[in-house]
Design a protein around this ligand. Structure first.
Ligand code: FAD
Length: 464
């Protein structure tokens, strides 16, 4: 790895070698996990470069290839798994300057990867009355490229499913890391080569996404005295095809009372809460539906309320924002990502609650999967030790609740514990030296890895 030669060759680009800023651009939200915090805190790149267009991306890749310098691409660094952290050092390629929209048409938008999702939505709304079908709850800071390469779904998934579902990404333009970088245009099955691949096998330089009609979504909060009923309400509301919702979040008591500062005085320790985004024209139907559930109460609606402090948009209480709010109050909280599907998913959730009691607090998000309503759990855990966390994971799996482990930094361990043949095959073609985001794809490093223990990337730079 010849860092100095690469830096000299790229000196005419926007290059940052200030140690404090390199350190901050080498980090993401990995610290959500005490397991990752213990392993990745020291990780730092050698320099940061911010290309302005695809030609400069190609120049960076070609130069780093020639000098054997690893390249880890960065959107906004809001990922939770250390995805954007340069384990082997080298170059962080920051895409903040590639933030233009190229075209907006009925049902679609073409944009550069570094655009912040909220800015993209503002422009598609203003110009065409449309918005992205789904976005992470970090839309105010996260980039579109980071969402495609590192995210999975979020606000909107209640209606549209996950990012990986057919039709939720239209086209990706991707640059490879070779002596002569190649440009690829992917649609259909080929999208799976690089979507959710953590930038390990190509740099996405242009994205075409589907759009839906935009609404002034009404943020709504409901309370229920019983969690099981709140969870059933959420699932049944999402299955009401005529009621247009973009978010259905369920939080077990006492999450709202303890961690949502602006809810003080409006909720009790025993209140389980639902946080909804509802299209304005669907509010009367929501009220009708709620009237069939005598235990449920609407305590807030953003279009008509008398709270002295506005709690803000509903989605910043959902997805991983729920965990963030808890962490701000109690740093010993961590979380799990769970999938509850199958006909008996509400029973499995209740069995998990009975098994773990107060050690876990349930936080559920409704998603659609092949037309069915399911729950994703972003369960809060009162962390004690790594061993206990592992036990909790194992017990969930034994009870039929699938875990996507957020305490791992590799694609495989954070996913389905198996190699993705399409991503690996494309990496062989597009990154022959293995320089893109090294250490994140186990199948590249150790093809026969057995997943019995946490993977430790051998090429990770030691702490100084
Ligand atoms: P980064 O963190 O910078 O990058 C993510 C990954 O993508 C990295 O591996 C990076 O190398 C790679 N990458 C970035 N740009 C490119 C590119 N152009 N080409 C190839 N690879 C690239 N995620 C969800 O899916 N849904 C949620 O609702 C959600 N809520 C969150 C809430 C909180 C409070 C936090 C902290 C995180 C949440 N996340 C969520 C995770 C994360 O915020 C999102 O996935 C976000 O979209 C990542 O965007 P980013 O620009 O920050 O990407």
């Amino acid at each position: 790895m010849n860092i100095n030669a690469a830096k000299a060759a790229l000196a005419h680009l926007e290059l940052d070698d200030n140690p404090a800023s390199i350190r901050s651009k080498s980090r993401d939200f990995f610290w959500y996990s005490p397991v990752l915090k213990a392993r990745l805190d020291h990780v730092v790149a050698d320099f940061v470069v911010s290309p302005r267009d695809e030609a400069e991306v190609i120049e960076v890749l070609k130069t780093c290839y020639a000098h054997d310098v690893p390249v880890t691409v960065r959107g906004a660094g809001t990922g939770n798994y250390g995805q954007a952290m340069p384990l082997a050092g080298g170059c962080v390629m920051h895409l903040k300057n590639m933030n233009q929209i190229r075209a907006i048409a009925p049902g679609r938008v073409v944009a550069e990867p570094g655009i912040v999702i909220r800015d993209l939505d503002a422009q598609t709304r203003a110009q065409s009355g449309q918005e992205l079908r789904m976005m992470p709850s970090t839309a105010a800071t996260a980039t579109l490229g980071g969402f495609i390469a590192g995210g999975s779904g979020g606000v909107g998934s209640v209606r549209w499913g996950a990012l990986r579902d057919l039709g939720n990404i239209i086209r990706l333009r991707v640059v490879s890391m070779e002596a002569e970088p190649q440009i690829h245009e992917f649609t259909g099955e080929e999208l799976h080569r690089v979507s959710h691949a953590y930038g390990t096998n190509g740099i996405i330089t242009e994205i075409e996404m589907p759009l839906a009609p935009a609404y002034d979504w009404v943020s709504t909060v409901l309370t229920f005295p019983g969690f099981a009923e709140a969870a059933r309400f959420g699932a049944e509301l999402a299955a009401e095809d005529g009621i247009l919702v973009k978010l259905v979040t369920v939080c077990e008591a006492p999450i709202a009372a303890q961690y949502f500062q602006r809810f003080k005085g409006h909720v009790d320790e025993g209140d389980n809460t639902l946080h909804l985004m509802v299209a304005p024209q669907s509010m009367p139907a929501l009220e009708t539906f709620l009237a069939r559930w005598p235990a449920g109460k609407m305590i807030f609606r953003s279009d008509a309320h008398d709270w002295s402090r506005d709690p803000g948009v509903a989605y910043e209480y959902g997805w991983n924002h729920t965990t963030l709010r808890a962490l701000k109050v109690d740093p010993d909280i961590t979380y799990l990502q769970v999938r509850y599907h199958g006909a008996d998913f509400l029973e499995v959730i209740e069995a998990v609650r009975a098994r773990f009691g107060a050690e876990l607090m349930q936080h559920l998000e409704v998603m659609r999967e092949h037309g069915q309503v399911i729950y994703a759990g972003l369960t809060m855990v009162r962390f004690t030790t790594e061993e206990r966390l592992e036990e909790i994971v194992r017990e969930h799996e034994e009870m039929g609740a699938m875990i996507f482990n957020p305490h791992r930094y590799t694609l495989e361990e954070g996913g389905r514990q198996s190699a993705d043949a399409r991503q690996l095959a494309f990496k062989r073609e597009a990154d022959p030296k293995g320089l893109l985001n090294p250490g994140k794809m186990i199948a590249w490093d150790v093809p026969d890895w057995g997943y019995e223990t946490i993977y430790a990337y051998a090429g990770m730079r030691a702490a100084e």
